[in-house]
Design a protein around this ligand. Structure first.
Ligand code: XLS
Ligand code: CA
Ligand code: CA
Length: 438
């Protein structure tokens, strides 16, 4: 079989001192961190749409990268070549999982029936490659935002026909996810939002989205899907207001509609920062609700107000993120590189460099986060900070047995409270730095 990345060798771990551009400096799959192999801490995934599809096209000009893999885009030959190229790349990088939208896998046909036939064919081939390599599916999803029919959303569309079409796509994408043994099924509400309230019935749209999700859960469970349904929050882009603004909003929505038992969050770093949060904030919000499901591992640019989907480079960010993941006891999903090369990095070697960067940045984040936990000073500080609730009245409040009148009487007897103790933020930041670079 033809090689698609002939200049990219199999990538091995060589350590931080290596100057080999085709080697890992920090990602050492079998290295034990807090008793678990890095490979298990970090189930990395390739995003079909970016790695095998995105060619650098933007609104100012055409693509710069050749992702034809020797075939004509828009044909089934091209779809097969993408599978071969994807498995070659994952094999060389040691990436164990992939994620897909239905229309990433095959060109969409004029009818659902024909598209589904193509999907059946390509997933037979995917299954064969998975059997040969041990590579697995992390999650699947349906693209319900690119086709013009979804201009007003899918579950939130005003059109019953479009709503039914979305249902058909979800049904098929769920069947494919089950066929490929995917760990999760994602709803990213790309166009589930609105531009103007002057033409929008918000309650109607939210109810309809929830109904579509409820039907998806019922169908998914009926065909043996045991994984997590995932909402991937994003505040805006392409819509001005998106309903799944951030983790807190999406969790509130799921609880309001009784869907929280089947769903968790897929947190994307770049989406969290677009919402005005840090990546670690949305991870924590998800974790405290027991809903930290999976991660879209990328980063945004703090100077740019849109979704740049860059490969992770910021070690502070990945350290703080991995601290959240470790404290949550890991995630049931994985780390999907929903990331693409910059338009000016357009060669096949650049794709390999991008994954090496992303995998090393998360490996370094994992190592440093583990070191912070082992150091213990930060965790101890947080524990001590709330110590006044550890006994007596504090414990009574924590167990829900205190009354407002009782607290008011104690406050009156005690007089004005002392200041609550320094937060020592600068000290803790310097501890963080010394563990990172010490
Ligand atoms: C777009 C989203 C999308 C989802 C999957 O911003 O990140 O790619 O991850 O539909
Ligand atoms: Ca994403
Ligand atoms: Ca994104």
């Amino acid at each position: 079989m033809a090689e698609f990345f002939p200049t990219v060798p199999r990538i091995a771990y060589e350590g931080p001192k290596s100057a080999n551009p085709f080697a890992f400096k920090y990602y050492n799959a079998e290295r034990l961190v807090l008793g678990k192999a890095m490979r298990e801490h970090l189930p990395f995934a390739l995003a079909w749409w970016h790695a095998l599809g995105a060619n650098g096209v933007d609104m100012f000009g055409p693509g710069t990268a050749d992702k034809s893999f020797g075939k004509t885009p828009g044909t089934m030959e091209h779809a097969y070549a993408k599978v071969d190229a994807g498995f070659e790349l994952m094999g060389k990088l040691g990436i164990g999982y992939f994620c897909f939208h239905d229309v990433d896998l095959v060109p969409e046909a004029d009818t659902i029936g024909e598209t589904n036939k193509r999907l059946d064919e390509i997933t037979d081939y995917l299954l064969k490659k998975m059997g040969e390599t041990g590579i697995r599916c992390l999650w699947g999803t349906a693209n319900m935002f690119s086709n013009p029919r979804f201009m007003n959303g899918a579950g939130s569309s005003n059109s019953l026909d479009v709503y039914c079409h979305a249902a058909a796509q979800i049904k098929k994408a769920l069947e494919l996810t089950v066929k490929l043994g995917g760990r999760g099924y994602v709803f990213w509400g790309g166009r589930e939002g609105y531009e103007s309230l002057l033409n929008t019935d918000m309650k109607f749209e939210l109810d309809n989205i929830a109904s579509l999700m409820r039907m998806a859960v019922a169908y998914g469970r009926s065909i043996g899907f045991k994984g997590d349904f995932l909402i991937e929050p994003k505040p805006k882009e392409p819509m001005k207001h998106q309903y799944d603004y951030d983790a807190a909003t999406a969790i509130g929505f799921l609880k309001a509609y009784g869907l929280d038992g089947d769903f968790k969050m897929n947190i994307e770093a770049n989406h969290a920062t677009l919402a005005g949060h840090t990546f670690q904030h949305d991870l924590r919000v998800s974790a405290v609700s027991g809903m930290l499901g999976s991660i879209d591992a990328n980063q945004g640019d703090y100077l740019i107000g849109w979704d740049t989907d860059e490969f992770p480079f910021n070690v502070y960010e990945t350290t703080l993120a991995m601290y959240e993941v470790l404290k949550a006891g890991g995630i049931p999903g994985g780390f999907n590189f929903d990331a693409k090369n910059r338009r000016g990095s357009y060669t096949p070697e650049d794709i390999a460099h991008a994954f090496i960067l992303g995998m090393d940045t998360f490996a370094l984040g994992l190592l440093r986060a583990a070191a912070i936990i082992e150091d213990g000073r930060i965790d101890q500080f947080v524990k001590d900070r709330y110590a006044s609730f550890d006994s007596g009245l504090g414990r009574k409040i924590r167990s829900g047995e205190a009354t407002l009148a009782e607290l008011a009487a104690i406050a009156e007897a005690n007089g004005a409270p002392a200041l609550p103790g320094s937060g020592r933020q600068e000290y803790l930041e310097s501890v963080f730095n010394s563990v990172l670079f010490g």
